[in-house]
Ligand binder design. Structure first.
Ligand code: ATP
Length: 282
């Protein structure tokens, strides 16, 4: 669906993208995870044809992004990082403006307002909406022309956990209907929950690219944490994950009825990011 090869971008002397390569399958949720300044927005702007690279190629649906804008524009949706809505206009007026721009019927507005649970806010001026609601209006705006690929730049940045979860559920529903999604984030919990695959972007380079589970398994310390009942108290024991001795011990504790809980100690994506890049995810 999306093929990026040797993508490079400089701002003055600063190398912001140093030769990115990745491929996104149709129907995937793919996340670019990286700290501030890693090059996420620059990448997404190039992929959506808003910015020209200095080198490299981007193909979407086997078409070059820079020479097939007319073909690709109706098929791509983009939700920007900043809330660039007309604050004094109502939600419906904001969306009507974009319906006209895309040449699509106004009845899609009601359809998508219902989809995000905001039918009652259609006539509310945007300036009176919460940040979470504004994000939903931005999401609708990026969907009005019913694209096949949706790009989202930090879709839940600055949102409270409930609003973020609500946006995530919407993205999952859209993805279940077949939408391919690329999002950028510096929130590892967000990408861990949502993504089929994650690329760690660090200083303009992809430091790792894999399924979240594979990343965790490959960086697992291979330990099990066991909570054990010992003389009326709970004690924590750490065991090697793949050892016969650990299996025997656990079996013994189970027979004695002393086993409280067993957890594998997987690293978080943030810990793996530090492990691979030496930088914090901020
Ligand atoms: N128009 C510009 N002119 C000069 N430098 C820029 C410009 N846009 C971005 N940069 C620089 O390029 C680097 C990458 O920026 P970019 O916005 O792509 O990072 P990001 O990973 O999206 O960061 P954030 O999470 O803070 O949005 C940063 O050092 C930024 O300061």
């Amino acid at each position: 669906m999306i093929r990026v090869e040797n993508l490079k971008k400089n701002y003055g002397n600063k190398e912001v993208l140093k030769g990115l390569d990745f491929f996104i399958e149709t129907g995937e949720i793919f996340s670019l995870l990286g700290p501030n300044g890693a090059g996420k927005t620059t990448t997404i702007k190039i992929l959506t044809g808003q910015l020209d690279p200095d080198a490299g190629s981007v193909q979407i649906m086997e078409k070059d992004v820079f020479s097939h804008r007319k073909f690709l524009c109706p098929r791509l949706g983009f939700m920007p990082e900043e809330t660039n809505l007309y604050e004094r206009l109502s939600v419906r007026e904001n969306l009507k403006f974009f319906c006209r721009l895309y040449g699509v019927d106004f009845n899609r507005i009601e359809k998508y307002l219902s989809f995000v649970g905001m039918a009652a806010e259609a006539d509310t001026p945007v300036k009176k909406l919460s940040r979470g609601m504004k994000q939903k209006v931005l999401l609708i705006r990026s969907l009005l022309h019913e694209p096949e690929v949706l790009f989202l730049d930090e879709p839940v940045s600055g949102l409270d956990p409930a609003s973020a979860a609500s946006i995530h559920r919407l993205l999952e529903r859209l993805n279940n209907k077949g939408l391919t999604i690329l999002l950028t984030s510096h929130d590892m919990e967000e990408v861990d929950r949502l993504s089929d695959r994650i690329a760690f972007l660090d200083e303009g380079e992809i430091a790792a690219l894999d399924h979240p589970t594979s990343l965790k398994l490959n960086h697992s310390p291979g330990k099990l944490e066991v909570l054990l009942k010992v003389e009326g108290k709970i004690e924590k024991r750490t065991l090697e994950i793949n050892s016969e001795k650990a299996a025997d011990k656990i079996a013994g504790w189970m027979k004695e009825g002393r086993l409280g809980a067993v957890h594998s100690s997987e690293p978080t994506l943030a810990e793996i990011f530090v492990d691979i890049t030496g930088s914090e995810l901020k």
